[in-house]
Ligand binder design. Structure first.
Ligand code: FES
Length: 169
């Protein structure tokens, strides 16, 4: 996104909401909905335009789980760490993911392709261990399946050594 375009968009949203009560939250919602996160430069601009300390804006952003302050990856990879998945090997799956992608849970790869996160019980414990990519469920996943699953989402030739894919729910 272009900086000038972003600034103009933020200015327009502020103009629309500046005289309304609770406007900071509403403005942040608009930004989050539009961009999928609230970039730091937007928080800085809002701080100036609304005359609100930057720290106050970050208090709001970090209090509500809904808001993200880091640009989301193109593909969201979630590993379930609920009890059934945990006991059936989910920690090993997460380790393998982090190893292959070079990021920790909660981070996005440098190329912006994958975002890794941990979730609690996806409601299909009988299929444990479970992971999802963009909401698609992969069941009974083994550590060796992960490279193949990721490669299917990289839209290129496999970039990791591949194993067999876990059965898909
Ligand atoms: S614990 Fe993973 S789906 Fe329930």
């Amino acid at each position: 996104m272009e900086t000038a375009e972003l600034k103009e968009t933020v200015q327009n949203i502020v103009n629309e909401w500046k005289d309304r009560e609770g406007n900071l939250i509403m403005i942040l919602h608009q930004i989050q909905n539009r961009y999928g996160y609230v970039p730091r430069e937007v928080s800085l601009q809002l701080s100036e335009l609304l005359d609100i300390p930057l720290a106050r804006i970050y208090e709001v952003l970090t209090f509500y789980h809904y808001f993200k302050i880091v640009k989301p990856g193109k593909h969201r990879v979630s590993v379930c760490m609920g009890t059934a998945c945990y006991l059936n090997g989910a920690p090993g799956l997460l380790n393998e993911l982090e190893h292959l992608l070079g990021v920790s849970a909660g981070e996005t790869t440098q190329d912006g392709l994958f975002q890794v996160e941990v979730v609690r019980c996806l409601g299909c414990c009988g299929l444990a261990p479970v992971m999802t990519v963009d909401g698609k469920i992969f069941s009974s996943v083994q550590k060796d399946d992960i490279a193949k699953i990721l490669s299917d989402y990289s839209h290129k030739e496999p970039i990791f050594s591949s194993g067999d894919t876990g059965s898909q729910a």
